[in-house]
Design a binder for this molecule. Structure first.
Ligand code: PMP
Length: 395
């Protein structure tokens, strides 16, 4: 058999990391590798009541096809929910998607031709890089510091990259680094995008999970020309299993997303949308988010404090004010993939950082998740990792 695959498949490869990560699902493994919310926080009892109510009161609609744009009452709630990020939106400005991941895929589909360049943070979210890669694009990474993308570097990149077609950023508690951009950089990004006439995709799954300090205004809130596409999701504030996210964009751009959504899957799940909408009517999501934040804050503190105690001082890591991740940098000569093999021997897992850099390198980094493991395992896992690090550094 010599079936021909499309050329775009050449860029789509199973990652060796994914193979390694399969091992991390073994029950004895203390895994800091995934990006999963804590399942013990899912409102299962509440969702039983919600599901029953939806099926009893709107069963026929919940199991039927529906509009591509999404369930109108949910669109209204989504529009209002963005006020905390300085965004004024109407229900009609929203498209409900199957998670924000679908919004990423659609962004690639709408803006990228083969050979076009996506400008992104260095490092960036692997799932987005893979989604864009399917459209045969290239990536130019913009250097970052503890406060996100460095704007002078971005300006240099934009001045030298006429093939740039889209800027992709995660300005709040970034995946993988946990870093957040200050307001000045957000404004400056919009100014630069205006100057170079580029769309910005702002991906904000974690912004609401802020453990301390004020929520900064979103990049979208500085958008005067309708060039920022804002992607949101209920995956981290509620649960990922319903697969509900959204796109907020100016009418001309949103229309493209709606047309592409029609071709992709017609609409987001009717029953998921109605369940979420009913949950939001019956319960207080803000209270639920407070509960999540309290648990994650404790886990972050435990992880960071234990790292400070047991990691050799040459090992640097970020202090996230929210979200799910901290980012570790080893001395340059070290390789986190090798370290992962040693860590797995002690039943501890993380994600080596190299794959978050679309153009390679930076093998001395790794990502740590603190949301998914109970407290005792966080302490035990970090202690074991400390031993692995000390051995690797010959201490
Ligand atoms: N963007 C980022 C930065 C993420 O970390 C994730 C999930 N890990 C997503 C988008 C996709 O999330 P979902 O499709 O569940 O909304």
């Amino acid at each position: 058999m010599a079936i021909q695959f499309a050329k775009r498949m050449e860029g789509i490869k199973a990652s060796e990391i994914r193979e390694l990560l399969k091992l991390t699902t073994r029950p004895e493994i203390i895994s800091f590798a995934g990006g999963l919310p804590a399942p013990e926080l899912f409102p299962i009892e509440e969702m039983k009541k919600v599901t029953l109510k939806v099926l009893e009161e709107q069963g026929k609609q919940a199991l039927q096809y529906s509009t591509t744009e999404g369930h109108q009452p949910l669109r209204q709630k989504v529009a209002k929910s963005m006020a905390i990020f300085g965004i004024q939106a109407e229900a009609d400005d929203i498209l409900i998607t199957s998670g924000s991941q679908q919004g990423l895929d659609f962004s690639g589909k709408i803006f990228l031709n083969p050979g076009d360049v996506v400008v992104c943070e260095s490092p960036s979210y692997l799932g987005a890089l893979n989604a864009f890669k399917a459209y045969e694009c290239e990536f130019v990474e913009v250097p970052t510091d503890d406060h996100g993308m460095i704007m002078d570097e971005l300006e240099k990149v934009l001045a030298n990259t006429p093939q740039a077609r889209m800027i992709y950023v995660i300005p709040d508690f970034q995946n993988p680094t946990g870093r957040t951009w200050p307001v000045e950089r957000r404004k400056r990004l919009v100014e630069l995008a205006n100057k170079y006439d580029l769309p910005i995709v702002e991906d904000n799954p974690y912004g609401q999970l802020r453990f301390e300090g004020e929520i900064p205004p979103s990049i979208k809130s500085f958008d005067t020309e309708g060039r920022v596409i804002y992607l949101g999701t209920y995956s981290k504030t509620f649960c990922p299993g319903l697969r509900i996210g959204w796109v907020f964009a100016s009418p001309e751009i949103l229309n493209k997303y709606i047309m592409v959504k029609q071709g992709a899957d017609l609409q987001a799940s009717s029953i998921s949308q109605r369940e979420l909408d009913t949950f939001l009517d019956m319960y207080n999501l803000d209270e639920h988010v407070e509960k999540i934040k309290n648990i994650y804050r404790k886990r972050r503190d435990l992880m960071i404090n234990t790292m400070k105690e047991v990691f050799p001082k040459e090992v640097k890591f970020t202090y996230p004010e929210g979200g799910l991740f901290t980012w570790v940098e080893l001395p340059e000569h070290m390789n986190a993939r090798d370290l992962m093999v040693k860590a797995l021997e002690k039943n501890v897992a993380f994600v080596p950082g190299g794959s978050f850099f679309p153009n390679g390198g930076h093998e001395n980094t790794f990502r740590m998740n603190y949301s998914n493991m109970p407290e005792d395992k966080i302490v035990e896992g970090i202690k074991r990792l400390g031993e692995v690090l000390k051995e690797a550094l010959n201490k």
